[in-house]
Structure formats: C-alpha cells, structure tokens
Design a binder for this molecule. Sequence first.
Ligand code: CDP
Ligand code: CDP
Length: 224
Amino acid sequence: MIDQILIAIDGPAGSGKSTIAKLLAKKLRINYLDTGAMYRAVAYYLKMKGYSPSEDLSEELEKLKIDYKDGDLYINGIKVGEEIRSPEVGKLASDFAKIQTVRERLTKIQRTICEKGSFVVDGRDIGTVVLPHADVKIFLTASFEERVKRRLKELQEKGIQATYEQVAQEMMQRDEQDSSRSIAPLKPAQDAFIIDTTGKTVEEVLNQICEIISRRVKCEYSGC
Ligand code: CDP
Ligand code: CDP
C-alpha cells in the first residue's frame, strides 16, 4: 500500500490548473496546494509594505510567517482572501516570482507542506523544481485564445470589467515573463504528461488525468 501520493500540475495561466487540481484532490480525497496563491499573497504583502522586486527582500522575507492550514493560506496570521485574485496582483506575483530569494523561501515552504501527506500541487515549477520526485506530473496547456476567453469569463462572473484585449495583453506578458525567467521557468518536466485542453470539458480533462494516474500508480488511488 502506498501511504503518500504527490501529483504535480503545471501550466500557463488559464490552462485550468486550479480547477482541475481542486477537483482531482477532492476525488482522490487528498490535499490541494495552490502555489500560485503563495506567490500572489507574498507579492501583495511586499507591495503593501512598499517594496519593489528590485530591492533587497531577504530581511522582510525572513520575518514573513507563511502558514497553510486546512487549505487556507495565512500571512503573518491573517487569512488571505480574494484580494490576491485580480489581474494586477497576477502581474505583481510574476514580477516578484523572478527573484531568487522569493523562490527559495516559497519552494522550501511548499516542500515542507508536502512532506505532511498526499497532495495535488499546482503551479509553474512543481514537476521541475519543487517536487521533481512527484508520482505523476501533468502539464496542462490550451490555445492562447481559449485561455484568454476562460479568464475573461471568470472575471465577468466576478463582476470585474475587462476587455478581451486587456486580458490578452496581461496574459501574454505574464506567459512570456514566466517562461523566460532564469530561475524555475514555466516548462514541462521531461517526464510530464502534456495535455492540450483546448476544446475539452473539465470532466474530459479530469478523466484523462485519472486514467494516467491509475496506469502509473497501482493503489487505492486508482479508484480515481
Ligand atoms: O489555474 P489556471 O489559471 O490554469 O486556470 P483556472 O483558474 O482553473 O481557470 C480555468 C477556467 O477555465 C475555469 O473557469 C474552468 O472552469 C475553465 N475550464 C477549464 O479549466 N478546463 C477546461 N477544459 C475547460 C474550461
Ligand atoms: O491562476 P494563474 O495561472 O493566473 O496564476 P497563479 O497560478 O495564481 O500564479 C500567479 C503567478 O505566480 C504566475 O504568473 C507565476 O509568475 C507565479 N508562480 C510561480 O512562479 N511559480 C509557481 N509555482 C506558481 C506561481
């Protein structure tokens, strides 16, 4: 019997990582870790404190208390909420995510959290850097147009006004920055299963991932 399973889900913005990762964790009855939320929350906090990515952040990062309890993220004891979900904070997260001290701190925390049980973890560098030993690695993609449309729909549902062009520009900049940075760039791990989700429903993608898991891992998780 396997007592721990780690599943890495990476991919660009709007590829469906968090939707799929959450559903998969629920289906497998294991934990879900949203590493993007960590980058967003830390960037938001540093910005509020008046820092920019070009400054020395080591001392501030040292003091920062980051906790993950029952699926919720806390920064210095305060629960992180919807304030980190805006496109502006997404861009800010990408700006701070280029910085080595930020990545080192968050990678260490993410690894420590994952030592405590079975997790589906989503992000950009989970299969390549954070959990290179993950049992199953998935890299989700979708056409740029479809990813923009998905994000636009989500914003509209939240009552946030944005045009296709605004969302497309923000996404293009972030994709470019995340894929070209020197540390832990967005890319599939060599042993990742790449799934193009263009034109597929959430259920279809989830079923495809479940098939991969049951082929790779012979255990109770194959009930997937
Ligand atoms: O986390 P990431 O930025 O990769 O994507 P997300 O926040 O999960 O957003 C993806 C959106 O596209 C959600 O509204 C999903 O319902 C939708 N979607 C999907 O995730 N996968 C599909 N195959 C089709 C639609
Ligand atoms: O949901 P969406 O794909 O829009 O973004 P996210 O997953 O919340 O991540 C926000 C930003 O954090 C990304 O654009 C990356 O720059 C950064 N990030 C990262 O560098 N490494 C991760 N493991 C997760 C996020």
